[in-house]
Design a protein around this ligand. Structure first.
Ligand SMILES: [Fe+2]
Ligand SMILES: [Fe+2]
Length: 280
């Protein structure tokens, strides 16, 4: 049973993609004969426009997965629910609606969390299935739930915060999850921003799905905001784990993406708007 993944929202539009819209955010559409799943929704402006141009009918969506609460992944949810037009399950972690902030280069703070209230989204047809657990949401499609932090070097982005009382603390990103799709060629891992760390996430999937190699990883790695040591160790560990295909996008950024492309050659693709991948 072939599964097709199509990037509906991403930061960059390739040169030949007439009329598509780039936006800082991510959304990936999973299509299988029996199932359509929308993984993240972008920031809000690009989703319906790009889905329409790419010929993806969001009325067919059976389920929505939210990788984490950041608004560049949840900001298109209201528009998506309107387009889906029927009650739809939304899978995410219980902390998805937490307030969160990012620090700009000039030191000022910007709100970075989900721009919608849960009740408003429920009024638009969302039925939230919130859990920290690793779980199967459709035959052969899983979400990782909360990812244990094991690697010492995946220290992440120091400019992202959550409020605790009247203080700001580093965002622990308990809500960060990824989606796993089973195929004959192995597992495909679809990342939102992977704030949990790519290697922590790979290790969690390996532990929960033993004996099933992770063949492909696509999505945002957040390596563009990670310290050099994290990038170096991640490259070494990816090589040791023999991941066959890396589809880089979103918060990977150009410098980290270029490093990975130099290291892994033809195994790397840049998954911009309209990128499509068929998994057997
Ligand atoms: Fe992001
Ligand atoms: Fe994020």
């Amino acid at each position: 049973m072939t599964t097709t993944l199509t990037v509906l929202v991403e930061n960059t539009v390739p040169g030949k993609a007439d009329g598509l819209m780039g936006e800082h955010g991510l959304s990936v559409f999973l299509e299988r004969p029996d199932r359509r799943i929308l993984f993240d929704t972008g920031a809000g402006a690009a989703l319906l426009h790009n889905a329409s141009l790419l010929g993806k009918d969001l009325r067919s969506v059976d389920a929505v997965v939210l990788s984490h609460g950041h608004k560049d992944h949840t900001g298109g949810l209201a528009a998506a629910l309107g387009a889906i037009g029927k009650p739809v399950p939304v899978y995410a972690h219980p902390e998805i609606f937490a307030d969160r902030f990012g620090k700009r280069a000039d030191g000022t703070l910007r709100y970075a969390g989900c721009p919608f209230k849960r009740e408003a989204l429920e009024g638009m047809g969302a039925t939230f299935h919130l859990s920290p657990a690793f779980r199967e949401i459709a035959p052969g499609v899983h979400v990782t739930g909360e990812v244990p932090r094991r690697s010492a070097y995946e220290t992440g982005d120091a400019n992202l915060f959550v409020p605790r009382g009247d203080q700001l603390e580093p965002d622990p990103f308990q809500d960060d999850l990824s989606m796993v799709v089973e195929g004959r060629g192995g597992l495909t891992l679809i990342l939102g921003c992977c704030h949990s760390g790519l290697i922590n996430t790979l290790d969690h999937v390996r532990e929960r799905m033993p004996g099933k190699p992770i063949h492909t990883v696509i999505g945002g790695t957040h390596l563009g905001f990670a310290p050099e040591e994290q990038l170096r160790q991640t490259i070494a560990t990816l090589r040791a784990r023999q991941v066959q295909r890396l589809g880089l996008s979103h918060c990977t950024g150009l410098p980290a993406g270029a490093r990975l492309a130099a290291e892994f050659g033809d195994a790397v693709a840049f998954c911009n708007v309209g990128y499509s991948l068929a998994l057997d």
